[in-house]
Design a protein around this ligand. Structure first.
Ligand SMILES: [Ca+2]
Ligand SMILES: [Ca+2]
Length: 107
């Protein structure tokens, strides 16, 4: 089986992320939520609880606006297109809002 040098390096447990240019960007693209979760954790917030903190009208779904406001409140700033990417990545059933199940799925 053909294994590229990149794959070999990637499968090597001791691989150094610095070896891969833009590794952080590639990773963030795969799961934009990961960096947000990290930022929330850095601020001492439990990402699961953040859902309820963000849910202003308590309808148990988060709109883009609610997530935006919530992140802003915790001084996590995302660009509008990053925000849309994030919601798109979480929104499994494509109804435009994020349910607690969808939120937890990506954590
Ligand atoms: Ca809501
Ligand atoms: Ca949804």
């Amino acid at each position: 089986m053909f294994v590229s040098k990149f794959d070999q390096r990637f499968n090597n447990k001791k691989f150094n992320p610095d070896d891969i240019p833009n590794y952080d960007k590639i990773k963030a693209k795969e799961n934009p939520m990961e960096s947000v979760v990290k930022k929330l954790e850095e601020k001492g917030l439990d990402p699961k609880r953040a859902f309820y903190a963000f849910d202003e009208d308590c309808d148990e779904v988060l709109t883009v606006e609610e997530i935006k406001k919530g992140l802003k409140y915790h001084k996590v700033y995302l660009l509008d297109n990053e925000m849309r990417e994030l919601v798109r990545a979480m929104d499994d059933n494509h109804d435009g809002v994020v349910s607690i199940t969808e939120w937890e799925n990506i954590l």
